[in-house]
Design a protein around this ligand. Structure first.
Ligand code: ADP
Ligand code: ADP
Length: 232
């Protein structure tokens, strides 16, 4: 479903080179919840941003559902990106828009009619448990509610993949659990493949089928949760 083949990404700042992602190979299966864990600076965020080409690798291949991402034209990339939803640590909601319009925004951008947008947004707000918050603004919501809006927005264009960039790192443990429950429900209901990065071990243990451990840009271990974390 998502294949990283020998992916390398280097940043150059003030003549200094940092290899943020260093020859990474990973294969994430359809319907899987796959976690990438590592300390801050390990390269997790760069890696996940390579999937939808928010960062362009300077070496290697990203294959998403059989598509070689680096070979797409700009219009093709825009279409493929609609099939890849993303949620963020700080939610990235539009503060000037209501919950309803935050969730509907990607659909309006895709040229979907207002009538269809309404039907879809109503259904998604029901799914994430925020039907009564449609007219609220982000600042009126708790962190967990904001992330529910983020999830609903990410699902608006019927993605096949959901990328989660430290999606629970700004939330307390109880809220984290409720968001992880919702992500499980997303996988079941929509048959979506989930790739998440986090520095939080409990999150990985609670929800992931498989995990990769990153250190200094490299994947140093990979396997089932049991395989990777049962080592002494
Ligand atoms: P993580 O998500 O695991 O914290 P990142 O992918 O954010 O790791 O960062 C990996 C390395 O790349 C770090 O050394 C970081 O400082 C560097 N880095 C990340 N983004 C940039 C950027 N836009 N410009 C320069 N260096 C960057
Ligand atoms: P705009 O003023 O930006 O054109 P509207 O506020 O009129 O947008 O809303 C666009 C569509 O979405 C309309 O069909 C409206 O009825 C519907 N809509 C907006 N907010 C809600 C909501 N909270 N619940 C249900 N439908 C809504």
């Amino acid at each position: 479903m998502i294949d990283f083949q020998d992916v390398t990404k280097t940043y150059t700042t003030n003549d200094k080179q940092i290899t943020a992602v260093d020859h990474v190979n990973l294969s994430i299966e359809q319907g899987e919840i796959f976690g990438v864990i590592g300390f801050s600076g390990a390269g997790k965020s760069t890696l996940i941003r390579c999937v939808n080409l928010l960062e362009r690798p300077d070496q290697g291949k990203i294959i998403v559902n059989g598509t070689d991402m680096l070979k797409l034209s700009k219009p093709e990339l825009i279409n493929v990106r609609r099939k890849i939803g993303m949620i963020f640590q700080h939610f990235n909601l539009l503060e000037s828009k209501t919950v309803f319009h935050n969730v509907g925004f990607p659909l309006l951008l895709a040229g979907v009619s207002k009538q269809k947008v309404k039907r879809k947004v109503d259904q998604l707000l029901e799914f994430v448990g925020l039907k009564d918050k449609a007219e609220h603004y982000p600042e009126q919501l708790s962190g967990g509610q904001k992330q529910r809006v983020g999830i609903a927005r990410a699902l608006a264009t019927d993605p096949e993949i959901l990328l989660c960039d430290e999606a629970t790192s700004a939330l307390d443990p109880q809220t984290t659990s409720s968001i992880l429950d919702l992500l499980r429900k997303v996988r079941e209901e929509y048959n979506i493949t989930i790739l998440m990065i986090t520095h939080e071990m409990p999150v990985i243990k609670e929800i992931c089928d498989r995990v990769a451990v990153m250190e200094q840009g490299k994947v140093i271990e990979e396997g089932s949760i049991f395989d990777v974390f049962s080592n002494p």
